[in-house]
Structure formats: structure tokens, C-alpha cells
Ligand binder design. Structure first.
Ligand code: KOT
Length: 821
């Protein structure tokens, strides 16, 4: 234990309480009799910041002294959730804070509920970034996260008559105790304008004359590693008007125009695009991408130059830039621009440095998510970058020609520029060409990148594409969100299991032990009871904790097939209506999902689930055997309440479509049984926990492909399967929407005529799998054994393991534990 950790371990509740009260008075300007729960939570955060900033200084000092190679994780999204509980746990202060607050007559849990979620992301990609920076800090890796300081994160979801309504997210309405503004590190980001070619004695060079400028203001959020020894930062950029420009307009008499410019400049970091796995394609989105990429690279170069002057050949030795999908891919062109135009390096040298510095993670194969930018838009917004991309492509296509001489087809296939009526830039191609490594996020996904997305790139660079299976932080997703299970584990395993999750494997022999099974299931039962209250509060629906809690929580997307789940619920409900004595285990179907505001079908599916829920939950004739709830505003903090209470984890995407999934890992880690397809990380979860401890069903990737080739005809399934037909007709009629018959017909129509994600093709298998769940759950001891084996076999889905693989295979990065100072 370090000095700091020893001091923390010796902290007494009364001493801690006094510290919090001191902050309440001197930092918050309040006092005990007056302070609200919110003020107390701010005082608690201020108290933690004492430790956090000391840790930050320690870490930074060590990193500067060691001149360590550093990874820069560039991501348009960081879905952080709340930080108070995780900072308390990571610093080792949770228990003492709980006792201290009790001395003050306060419940720590109430204070934790005061904190709004930092929802600066959409779903899996953004949450992965949050887990990864937790692991990087925990592993003492020199790392910094770069993103955007959105004023409004992902929208808050409400339901009105069952429909999703989007409301603005206001996470900073009352400020955030975790962020520090660093005006001394602000940057200028240029946009628009034209490029001039200047000819002089050394030949010709290019000068970009931008016509707009933005200021990028950094806000730093400390990321506390587990154990508290290392504290990294997440640096989020906020856009502001550039003052020089403001004043020009202002002085010319354009007082109002100067403010208009200011508003425009501040729009850039105003709001997160709420699209998950779709290409937004909007000018403002491109500006967001460039804004944070350019500010981050300028920051990295500034730091580099202050240590190494203009010795740019060292740059790639000391820095690696990880692209979280293609959203920051414009950074490749930006680094080239800086090195060639501003630092006057030869193209070839600059390219070597750039290619050595970047690495790219692909998170999806869905064509609608693969970003392209029209050449004409790029020429307008970033004219010099467009020229650079053309030049990168020209040289790359020469390489292609050397490998496949005179092969026009190959040139067209591999080109970064998509030719056609409207030329566009394919950002995935740019990212592969401009990176030393490319990785997929689960074995099957990486395999599909190699065979379906970039087979020719594999021939060009056989070593470039690697797999690194995703992971999740066991701190937030087990220790913090499931304190009852954590306590049970603590009784049997060394206290450092949240770092060394493989230690849970010591519990394997207890999976068959009746006493341990009973304790494990008692924890699950308590967690379910807690969720019962949350469900009642959020939906006013009463559910029984004796039922199976069957959970599907993730973004709403047709490929994830929430409507497959719904179709089964409809079929089951019909069976119950026909035969109320039907012998099934009571079940509560629980959904949580946000739909992209412009995604019609996804919103229709939400409406359908809500309408069906209303009918089922009020139908006394089925004796409460099934209930259906859709919890509004699914987000990180709600996930933390749902996951510990889940019995069944639905992961039912069409095979080949879900790159990895990470909710699947969190749920299994908390003892839920996966009901899943042969897709993404489900396959690796099955390997880890054993096929007998989950329920996999449905077509595999080859079968999906074969069916597509032979001509998939969902109409035939609809015509020949009586139950499917009845359920789909039912949904299209007036039974669930008496006031507006046909309101939900779009879903049935789509499934019968197109069914792009083969819901009907997998239905029979799904329904059998559901029956397997039902009979499995009745065998109490076998179920408990499987649940335990799931929870204790998740070591390989620890994000620390993922990050160590990145550090070893991609970043060549070594841990540098912070020294005491
Ligand atoms: C792609 C484009 C725009 C916005 C989001 C995406 C996106 C999200 N692509 N993949 N994801 C999810 O990433 C997770 C983390 O790797 C995966 O577990 C999940 O399967 C992806 O769907």
C-alpha cells in the first residue's frame, strides 16, 4: 500500500464527517441546518476532490518525469454515468463516507441519487470508452481521453400515450463538481476558406486561409483508477467564438451580428447527435468531428514540442492516437496538414509518422453506420484536408496498382474516394490506410471485418487487422452496482477481486453447494425486490419478485430485434387467453431502450411494446402470469439498478449484426442467464461459462447468408405458422389501439413483407429457447448453479484484460504507477 492508501485506510468516520462539513461551509457557503441533499452531495464531491487532485498531480509528475509513451483515446462519445459512487469506491472511501454521513443523519444512497448522469454518448460505443478509461487509470497507463464537452448529452426520454418524446438533457444545469476548466490550454480551430498555392525558390507549398475560427476550451474530468493511486484525465472540448473575430465584427458596428457569430460558434459543442449506428451526414456533425480532433492534436503537439522541440521523428515513438470508430478519422488528415504545411516535413516523412501514430477500432459492419462525407462538403468546410485526402488516396492507389496491376475493379473497391454522381470520402477506408493497426471488438466481428468488409486490405497488410474482444469494468458493473453480491464474494475471496476478476473462479466449486446457492439466490431476490419498487415508481405497474425477470436493455434497433421479443410475448399472451391454466413460470418482461428521434420503425416498436404492456398488465384473466414493462429513460444509472436484478439477459440480434455487445457481459457478471443468438461476444461468453449455462438459439452467420442467397420469403412463414399469423394480425388490428385501429400495422407489414433482420425466420427457434428457459428456471438448484458459474467466469470480459491487450498488441505501452511526492 502506498502512503496515500495507508492514510485513506486510517481515515475515521468522524474525521471524514468533519471534512465534509468544512467543505459544506467553506466551499459551498452553506451549513448543516440549511443544506439540502444536493448541497451535501456537492460537499462530498469537494471532499473527494482533495484526494483526487493530489492523485492527479502525483500521476502527472510521474508521467512527465518518465517521458512515457502515451495513448490518446479519441472518442466523440463518453457515456460516463455518475461519478460520485465510483470515485468513492476507487479511492477506498465508500464505507467511511457511508458511516460519516450516517453520523450526520444522512443516507449516502440518497446523496448519490442527486447526481445527474453524464450522458455524453449514445450506447455501447460511448460506454465502452468510459469503461476503457477506467481501466487505463486502474492499470496506471499513461493515457488521456479526448472528446466533446456537450452542453446537452443524450436526450431524456418520456413516454406520452406510449410514444417516445425527447426532452433536452441538462446534466450541467447546476454545474458539475468534477470538471475543471483549463483556459491556459485552449486551442484555436480553423474552418472554411480557401487554399492558396505559393511558388517560391523551394518549389510550391500550400497555405490555407480559413474564414472562420473557433476557440476550443478544455474541461478536464479526473478519472480515478481503482485503488486511487493513479488519476488520469478525460479532456472535453467546448467551442466558443474566437474573440479576434468577434471584435472585428463588433467594431465594424455589427453588435448584433457579433452575437450571432458567437451563438453559431457555441452551437458546435451544444448537443450530442442522438444517432446510434447511423451516419448523420450533417455539416454540423462534421464540424464537431473536426473541432475535437483538431483541438486534441494541437494539444498533443503542444505537449510534445514543449518536451522535444521540433524533433518530430520522435512523435510516433512517444504517442499513439486511438480512433474510437471513424468519428475522429479526420485527425489523420489534420496531423498530415500540420506536419507537411506547418512544420514543413516532406510528405513521405509526415506520412510515416502519421501512419505509425494512429490505430483504429471498428465497432460495426452495418452499412448505414459506415461514415462517408461528400467531397463537396469537405471542400467547403476543410478545403486543405480534402486535398490531403486526395493525395493520400493517390499514393495508396499506386500501392494497390503495384499489388494488382491495371485492375480497375480493385481500384474502385479499395479507393478512399467513392466515385459516382456525388463523390464521397469513405472514412473507414481512410482509417485503415492511415493506421498501423485496426481492430474489431469480438472474435466473430473481427473475422467478418476480414472476410466481408476489408478482404483486400488483409491481402495488402496481413498483420494489420487484429481482434480485441470488448470488456466492461467490474468495478462499476459488479462491485458498485451490486453491493449485496460484492459482500457475498468478499466473504470468500481476497478483497482485490475487482482488479483480478479471475479470483472469482475460486468460487466455482461452490456453484453446486446448496448453502452457497441459497445465499447467491437470496442476493438476487433482494435485488429483484429493490427493482420492484423502482418499477412501481417509474411505471406504476406492480410486479412480483417471484417471477422471472427477463431483461432486454439496449438501444432500440431493428437488428437488435426487440420486436422478436414482443412477438413472442404476443404469442404467449394468446396462449394464456386460450388457456388461463397454462403452466408457465410467471414472468416479467422488462425493456429499456431509446430510439433515435428520426428512426420511425424503432419508435413504432416502442409504441407497440407500451400499448401491449397496457393491455397485458390490466388483464386480470391471466392472473398476473406475465407482466410487461418498458422503463422510461434508460441510461447508465438505471442500468445499474436493472442489471443486478435480472434473471434472463436477452441478446437476440440477428447473427452477424451485433459487433460485440457489452450489456451481455454486465448481465452475465451479475448472474443472469443469457438467452442469445450466435452473435458478437455471446459466442465467447458461451465459451467462458460453458454451453450448458446459457441458452443459445437461432441461425448462425452462414445460415443467415445461405437463407439470404436462396431468397428469404417471410410471407411463407407468416402464412404457414398459425401463431405468428394470429399475433401479427392482432397487432395490426384494433385490439391494442381501439382508438386508432391499424396504428401498429407498420411493424407487422414490415415483418411480413421485408423482415430485413429475419425475425420470423428465427421465431420458432426463439420460442423453443424461451421454453428451455422456463423449464430450466423450475430446476432451482440447476439454475442457481448456472447463475453462479456465469458470475464467476467473466474474467475475460474485464475491460482491464481488453486494455492490456491494446497496450501490448497495439499501443506498446507500459504501466507507469504514480510515485508518491
Ligand atoms: C457507429 C456509428 C455511429 C454511432 C455508433 C456506432 C456504433 C456503436 N458502432 N458500434 N457500436 C456498438 O459498439 C459497442 C462497443 O464496441 C459494441 O459492443 C456494439 O456491438 C456496437 O453496436
Amino acid at each position: 500500500m502506498s502512503q496515500t492508501q495507508l492514510a485513506i485506510a486510517a481515515m475515521q468516520p468522524e474525521e471524514f464527517r468533519r471534512k465534509v462539513v468544512a467543505h459544506l461551509r467553506s466551499t459551498l457557503g452553506s451549513f448543516e441546518e440549511k443544506a439540502t441533499a444536493h448541497t451535501w452531495s456537492q460537499a462530498l464531491a469537494a471532499t473527494l476532490n482533495e484526494y483526487i487532485y493530489a492523485g492527479r498531480s502525483r500521476t502527472l509528475k510521474t508521467q512527465i518525469e518518465s517521458q512515457a509513451r502515451t495513448v490518446h483515446y479519441l472518442s466523440l462519445e463518453f457515456l460516463m454515468g455518475r461519478l460520485l459512487a465510483s470515485n468513492l469506491h476507487n479511492l477506498g472511501l465508500y464505507q467511511v463516507a457511508e458511516q460519516a454521513m450516517a453520523l450526520q443523519g444522512l443516507e449516502l444512497a440518497d446523496l448519490l441519487e442527486q447526481e445527474p448522469d453524464m450522458a455524453l454518448g449514445n450506447g455501447g460505443l460511448g460506454r465502452l470508452a468510459a469503461c476503457f478509461i477506467d481501466s487505463m487509470a486502474t492499470l496506471a497507463l499513461p493515457a488521456i481521453g479526448y472528446g466533446i464537452h456537450y452542453e446537452h448529452g443524450l436526450f431524456r426520454q418520456e413516454f406520452i400515450k406510449g410514444r417516445q418524446v425527447e426532452r433536452p438533457d441538462q446534466w450541467r444545469e447546476f454545474g458539475s463538481p468534477w470538471e475543471i476548466c483549463r483556459p491556459e490550454s485552449q486551442q484555436v480551430v480553423k474552418l472554411y476558406g480557401h487554399v492558396e498555392t505559393i511558388h517560391d525558390q523551394n518549389g510550391s507549398r500550400k497555405v490555407w486561409h480559413p474564414s472562420r475560427m473557433l476557440r476550443a476550451i478544455p474541461w478536464d474530468i479526473p478519472i480515478v483508477g481503482y485503488g486511487g493511486q493513479n488519476v488520469n484525465i478525460l479532456r472535453l472540448w467546448e467551442s466558443r467564438a474566437d474573440h479576434f473575430f468577434d471584435w472585428d465584427v463588433f467594431n465594424a458596428g455589427g453588435y448584433v451580428d457579433a452575437y450571432a457569430e458567437l451563438v453559431q460558434a457555441e452551437t458546435v459543442s451544444k448537443v450530442l447527435y442522438p444517432n446510434d449506428e447511423t451516419d448523420a451526414g450533417k455539416e454540423l456533425r462534421l464540424i464537431q468531428q473536426y473541432f475535437f480532433s483538431a483541438a486534441s492534436i494541437a494539444d498533443i503537439l503542444r505537449r510534445f514540442e514543449s518536451a522535444h522541440g521540433n524533433d518530430y521523428h520522435l512523435f510516433a515513438t512517444l504517442n499513439v492516437l486511438q480512433l474510437n470508430d471513424t468519428h475522429p478519422a479526420i485527425a489523420i488528415a489534420e496531423l498530415m496538414r500540420l506536419l507537411v504545411d506547418e512544420k514543413q516535413l516532406a510528405w513521405q516523412e509526415a506520412w510515416q509518422i502519421t501512419q505509425q501514430s494512429f490505430a483504429y477500432t471498428n465497432h460495426t459492419l452495418l452499412p448505414e453506420a459506415l461514415e462517408t462525407w461528400s467531397v463537396s462538403l469537405l471542400q467547403t468546410v476543410l478545403p486543405r484536408h480534402m486535398e490531403i485526402i486526395f493525395e493520400i488516396n493517390r499514393r495508396f492507389l499506386q500501392q494497390v496498382d503495384e499489388r494488382w496491376p491495371n485492375d480497375q475493379q480493385m481500384q474502385a473497391k479499395l479507393s478512399i474516394i467513392q466515385e459516382g454522381e456525388k463523390k464521397s470520402v469513405r472514412m473507414a477506408q481512410l482509417s485503415v490506410v492511415g493506421s498501423q493497426r485496426v481492430n474489431g471488438v469480438a472474435k466473430i466481428h473481427t473475422q467478418l471485418i476480414k472476410t466481408e468488409l476489408f478482404p483486400e486490405m488483409v491481402q495488402l497488410w496481413p498483420e494489420k487487422i487484429r481482434n480485441i474482444t470488448n470488456g466492461v469494468t467490474p468495478r462499476r458493473w459488479l462491485k458498485i452496482c451490486n453491493p449485496r453480491l460484492a459482500e457475498l464474494i468478499d466473504q470468500h475471496v481476497d478483497a482485490d477481486w475487482p482488479r483480478y476478476l479471475e479470483k472469482l473462479e475460486q468460487l466455482k466449486p461452490l456453484a453446486k453447494d446448496k448453502d452457497f446457492q441459497q445465499k447467491f439466490m437470496a442476493v438476487k431476490q433482494r435485488n429483484k425486490q429493490a427493482l420492484v419498487a423502482v418499477i412501481k415508481q417509474l411505471t406504476d405497474v406492480e410486479v412480483s419478485a417471484e417471477a422471472i425477470f427477463d431483461v432486454q436493455i439496449k438501444r432500440l434497433h431493428e437488428y437488435k430485434r426487440q420486436h422478436l421479443n414482443l412477438l413472442y410475448i404476443l404469442v404467449l399472451y394468446r396462449r394464456l387467453l386460450k388457456n388461463p391454466a397454462l403452466d408457465i413460470c410467471p414472468r416479467v418482461f422488462i425493456f429499456g431502450a431509446k430510439a433515435a428521434p428520426g428512426y420511425r420503425m424503432a419508435k413504432d416498436i416502442i409504441l407497440a411494446i407500451n400499448r401491449v404492456a397496457k393491455v397485458i398488465n390490466n388483464d386480470v384473466s391471466i392472473g398476473g402470469k406475465i407482466k410487461l414493462v418498458f422503463l422510461p429513460n434508460y441510461r447508465v444509472s438505471l442500468a445499474e439498478k436493472l442489471i443486478p436484478a435480472a434473471d434472463v439477459s436477452q441478446q437476440i440480434s440477428l447473427a452477424g449484426k451485433e459487433a460485440s455487445g457489452t450489456g451481455n457481459m454486465k448481465l452475465a457478471m451479475n448472474g443472469a442467464i443469457t438467452l442469445g443468438t450466435h452473435d458478437g461476444a455471446n459466442i465467447e461468453i458461451a465459451e467462458a461459462v460453458g454451453e450448458q449455462n446459457l441458452v443459445l438459439f437461432g441461425m448462425k452467420v452462414d445460415e443467415v447468408k445461405a437463407l439470404q442467397h436462396s431468397g428469404y420469403a417471410p410471407q411463407h412463414i407468416y402464412q404457414n405458422n398459425e401463431e405468428i399469423k394470429a399475433a401479427l394480425d392482432w397487432l395490426s388490428g384494433d385490439f391494442f389501439t381501439p382508438e386508432q385501429p391499424g396504428l401498429l400495422a407498420s411493424i407487422s407489414k414490415n415483418l411480413i413483407n421485408e423482415d430485413p433482420f429475419m425475425v420470423l425466420a428465427d421465431f420458432a427457434a426463439y420460442q423453443q429457447a424461451q421454453q428451455r428457459i422456463d423449464s430450466f428456471y423450475r430446476q432451482k438448484s440447476a439454475w442457481a448453479e448456472a447463475a453462479i458459474l456465469n458470475a464467476v467466469s467473466m474474467a475475460r470480459f474485464n475491460s482491464d484484460r481488453s486494455i492490456m491487450e491494446y497496450a501490448n498488441d497495439i499501443w506498446q505501452l507500459k504501466p507507469i504507477p504514480a510515485a508518491e511526492c
